[in-house]
Design a protein around this ligand. Structure first.
Ligand code: 6R9
Length: 650
């Protein structure tokens, strides 16, 4: 039996130092780590001063009743004022807040002054519809400016928003409306996706018909397609457009509920993650400033996430706007009208900071290097990654083919629950290691521990935990304190357990190894799916890989891999290729990690936010009927993979 909690098989020696000019003018230097270590709460108080408070707080942190934290106790502020009005008051009303790009090619330029008028009008419309402070509002919209305006209008009047991703079913929308007891739903006739209008309103009608709390449905006209109307409907252009563009923002308590965002994790009933006001805005503003080195005067920031995910909340809306940034907001998919669309947008708006997910990076890698090579991407200076571990090879590809070998890549680890980035390089400080999220940010305390709650030594792997409360932490699961305690605070005494495995390398830097539920037990060794996937992706013909453990009579579990080949690669079928890949993994990680079986597939099952659903692959690998596929982005993917099964054994 091995002593380790989680094996450390992958050894990566490449290093990328920060570009000297970037380091010389970086927003945050290495001193921030020392400063925060010397006085963590003082450090966060200083960051809270980036915001404009109507009433200053009395106490930075109240942790007398853990894990129920209160940050900036007694303080009062208005989030919308901080994100919009104060920039206009400072004379920056003419600055662009969003370059919005519709999928069909239409666009809108929205300045901070425009945003202020729109948010004020929407706030007045919500009030006319009877929404008051403390009410919940469900937002089910495509990536159009009204999505941002709706969120800010809620924040302004103190209504708590619950954004539901526009790709979710009416059933998912219904349960979220019910759980939050939403009074209003904001939606649109539809949005554009893959070159055609995609309707949303019928989905809302179906959901709302089965709920009792909703009084009105506010509908934005986006596609102009015919929609059925119900007695609850109000058109956005009928009610919002005629409102006054003046609205005086009232301050709200620092712990006032800002939003609920449902996260399903990999299994189980969705959890309504609750975020509040002062601490949340402090940490999203600080991390956006620090991790992306944002220079609001010159940068153009683009986060490709959907507004329905936490990444969209924190790094499209609240962080960038609190910092007065100029951002890109794009409605559609990366391959409409062709696979160059994202690079075209970067070229058009001269994007300087680009933040996306490993799944997207691996997809564009699969499509081929020649596509981004056809565009001018020289405006870029920093690249970010979020959502999954980034495989070293995908990181290096991203750095080279998108970043022209000049831009640091920041791999940012965080969760819906943490609200903001927690572990990440600092682009002007850290020498990046491909695949590593590196260190907790200044002011954040994280560690990797074993099952006895002891920190693992350098070189060891285990459970990622957060040792101290942080400003943007979730406050509870909406309506379910007990589940909040059980889910996050019960496994280790006094620590927040994130559900992820991680390792500390020889220098003590952190590498994320995926969800601990996915860890495989092979002949007594705990092997992470991430390391085997990264080894597969390091083969030049492989674009993407997903790995799962399947029951095995000899080794307990055996490794089964699903691989997508790069489009331009040749000889990617048949037993020879499979053998080549098995040998490759064995060479990179050691014979213990050699997959028993490899299937070459065209697609992998992913959640709508792009995370691989290994649970479903395990069903295939163990020849079971396939489990719940309702959270899959494309439910036909599993049929394709299952059909591969008979010929796939090596
Ligand atoms: C922001 C977001 C959270 C889970 C998290 C982890 C995975 C996110 C990661 C990462 C490795 C990174 N994750 N970022 N794993 N490296 N840089 O994605 O929130 O949708 O709640 O997912 O995503 O497993 O626990 P959310």
């Amino acid at each position: 039996m091995s002593q380790e909690t989680l094996s450390n098989l992958l050894h990566e020696t490449r290093r990328f130092a920060p570009p000297p000019e970037l380091a010389a003018s970086a927003n945050v230097t290495a001193e921030a780590y020392e400063e925060a270590a010397a006085d963590r709460l003082g450090f966060w108080a200083k960051q809270a001063d980036r915001l404009t408070w109507a009433k200053r707080w009395d106490t930075v942190l109240d942790w007398t009743n853990p894990p129920f934290a209160k940050w900036f106790v007694g303080g009062e502020l208005n989030v919308a004022y901080n994100c919009v009005d104060r920039h206009v008051e400072a004379g920056r009303g003419g600055k662009v807040a969003f370059h919005w790009e519709g999928e069909p090619g239409d666009s809108r330029t929205i300045t901070y002054a425009d945003l202020q008028r729109e948010v004020n009008k929407a706030s007045n419309a919500l009030l006319e519809l009877g929404v008051v402070k403390g009410d919940r509002v469900a937002i089910y919209l495509p990536m159009i400016p009204e999505a941002v305006v709706s969120m800010l209008a809620c924040a302004r009047i103190g209504a708590t928003h619950s954004v539901v991703f526009g790709g979710f079913s009416s059933e998912a929308l219904k349960t979220r409306i019910q759980d939050a007891d939403a009074k209003l739903v904001i939606t649109s006739d539809g949005g554009y996706r893959r070159g055609k209008p995609s309707a949303l309103k019928p989905i809302v009608d179906e959901a709302v018909a089965e709920t009792t709390s909703v009084e009105h449905v506010l509908v934005v006209r986006r596609t102009g397609e015919e929609v059925a109307t119900t007695g609850k409907d109000v058109w956005w252009h009928d009610i919002v457009d005629r409102q006054s563009d003046q609205h005086e923002a009232q301050p709200h308590d620092s712990e006032h509920p800002l939003y609920i965002l449902y996260t399903s994790g990999t299994t189980g009933r969705p959890k309504g993650i609750l975020h509040t006001t002062g601490g949340y805005l402090t940490q999203v503003a600080y991390t956006h400033h620090a991790v992306f080195d944002l220079k609001p005067e010159t940068d153009v920031f683009w986060c490709t996430a959907d507004i329905g995910w936490v990444t969209g909340h924190s790094y499209i809306v609240y962080g960038p706007l609190a910092n007065g940034a100029t951002s890109v907001l794009y409605e559609g998919t990366p391959d409409t009208p062709d696979r160059g669309r994202w690079w075209d947008i970067i070229q058009k708006y001269k994007v300087t900071i680009f933040y996306t997910a490993p799944t997207a990076i691996r997809t564009v890698m699969k499509w081929g290097d020649d596509i981004p090579a056809g565009y001018d991407l020289s405006s870029l200076r920093i690249l970010g990654s979020v959502g999954e571990p980034i495989n070293p090879e995908a990181y290096v590809w991203y750095r080279e083919h998108i970043g022209g070998n000049r831009c640091p890549v920041v791999d940012t680890w965080w969760q819906t629950e943490t609200g903001a980035i927690m572990i990440s390089p600092l682009p002007g400080v850290t020498s990046g290691k491909p695949g590593a999220a590196m260190r907790p940010l200044p002011g954040i305390a994280a560690d990797v521990i074993d099952d006895q709650q002891q920190p693992v030594p350098n070189g060891g792997g285990g459970f990622l935990v957060l040792n101290e409360p942080w400003p943007s932490m979730l406050r509870t699961i909406w309506g379910d304190d007990k589940r909040f305690l059980e889910t996050y605070w019960s496994r280790f005494d006094g620590l927040y357990f994130a559900g992820d495995g991680a390792k500390k390398d020889e220098d003590g830097d952190l590498w994320l190894l995926g969800r601990v539920d996915d860890v495989m037990l092979i002949s007594g060794h705990n092997i992470s799916t991430t390391e085997v996937e990264s080894a597969l992706v390091s083969h030049p013909k492989v674009a993407e890989a997903a790995v799962t453990g399947a029951t095995d009579p000899i080794t307990g579990q055996a490794i089964v891999a699903f691989v997508i080949a790069r489009a331009a690669a040749e000889g990617t079928e048949g037993a020879d290729f499979v053998k080549e890949l098995r040998d490759h993994v064995s060479k990179v990680l050691g014979p213990i990690a050699k997959p028993r079986q490899i299937m070459i597939v065209a697609e992998l099952p992913k959640t709508r936010s792009g995370k691989i659903m290994r649970r479903l692959l395990k069903d295939v690998a163990e020849n079971r009927s396939i489990g719940d596929v309702t959270t899959l982005a494309d439910s036909t993917v599993m049929d394709l993979i299952s059909a591969k099964l008979p010929s796939a054994t090596d």
